[in-house]
Design a protein around this ligand. Sequence first.
Ligand code: ATP
Ligand code: MG
Length: 401
Amino acid sequence: MFNHIVCRYNEIATKSGNRAMFERRLIDNMRAACSDLDTKLRFNRIRGRIVIYRDENNEFTQEEKIAITQRLERCFGLDSFSFCLEGERSMEAVEEMIRKTVPAMFAPFLEKNGVVHFRTRARRADKRFPGTSKDIEIAAATIVENIMGEGKVKVNLDHPDVSIGIEIRENNSILYYDSIPAPGGLPVGSNAPMLALLSGGIDSPVACQMAMKRGCHVDFLTFHSYPYTPRGTVEKVQRLADIINLYQTPRGILYACNISEIQKLIRDNCDPRYRTVLYRRIMMRLASKLCTDKKRYAIVTGESIGQVASQTVENMSVIEKASDYLIVRPLCGFDKNETIRRAEAMGTFETSIEPMPDSCTVFAPDSPVLRAKLHTVEYEESKIPDLENAIQQAYDTMEIY
Ligand code: ATP
Ligand code: MG
C-alpha cells in the first residue's frame, strides 16, 4: 500500500545557518545504512522533512518495510518516520487514500474487538489550504465512518487502536498510519570524530552510542594484557564494536594495544595501591597519541562517578591529567540501571555480561588508593625506568581490526 517514507527530524530543525549540512549528512547516513538492500531508494529534502521514494514508485513489500525500518531505527538525527501514500493536494485525494487503506488497516482490530477506536491527526504544512487542521481531521474521520459503517468505528483521541496521519503540503498530500520512533540526536559525522576507550564491560559501548548520538563518529581503542588476559578479551571487544558499528557509517576502526609489559614495570617498581590509577594514566597517554595520529578530537570513556575505586572524583582528576585531550564521559550522571537499559536497547548487553578478564584487573591490588594525589602519582610514575620507551613500544605494536 505504501510507496514512500516521510522522515522527521527534531534537533536539526533548530539549526539555522548550517541546517542544510545537517540534512545532507543525515541523508548520506540513511542512504549508507540502507545500501546493502536490493531495493533502490531515492532521497529528497522537502521543507522540514526528508522523503524516501522507492524506485519507479512501486509499493514497499512487507519484507522491505521490516528491513528498512531496522536500518532507519539506528540513524541518529532522525526522530521518527512513517511509511505513507501520496496523493494530490485535495480532500478528494485524501478520501481516495483513506478508502484504499482503511479496510485493511482496521480489519485486525475489528475482528478482535468488533469495534475499532481511531483518531485522525492533520497537519497543514501549506497554510493556504482551506480550513483548519481540525476541519481536516473531522472531515477525514467522517470519511472513515462512512466507509466502515456505523457502530464499527469510534473516535478515541487518547487511546486509539489506529491513528491516521494526514499532511497537506504545497504540491501533494500524504497519509500514514504508524509513526515509528527513531533515536533522535544529530547525524553521525556532523560533529568532530572521537576515540572511544572500549572495554568488554557494559558501560563503554553505551558511552560510544551517546557520543554517536551527538554526531561524533567513533573509533575504538581497547587495552589487553596478553598473555595475562586471554585472546578472548579482544575477541569479545571486537564483537561489541561490530554491534556499535551498526549505528554509524563508515565503520569505526578497532585498535588493540597490549600494555602487559608496562603493567609489569608498574608491578615491579611502584606502590601496589597505585597500580590501577597508573594503568589508567598509561591508557590515557596511549589514547592521546592515537588521537594525534588519527586526528580524533576527544577521548570517550564509560566512566561514571563513584562506580568503582578508580572512578572517585579525585582519581578521575588525576587520571585525566595524563592527557591534553577533552575527555568525554557521557555516563557521568547515570546510575547502573539506566546504563543497563540502554545497553539492552542497543544490543550490547548480552555480549558485555559474558565473563572475561579485563586488562585493569591484571596484578590488581587488594586495596587500591581511593583519593590519589597528583604529585604522589607523578612520583610513583617517576620510579618506572624508561617509561617513555615502554609506552612507545606498546604503541608501535598496536593491532588494527
Ligand atoms: P566498562 O563497563 O565500560 O568496562 P567499568 O564500569 O567496568 O566500565 P572501568 O573498568 O573502571 O569501569 O573502566 C572505566 C572506563 O575506562 C571504561 O568504560 C572504558 O572507557 C575505559 N577502560 C577500562 N578498561 C579498558 C580497557 N581494557 N580497554 C579500553 N578501555 C578501557
Ligand atoms: Mg570494565
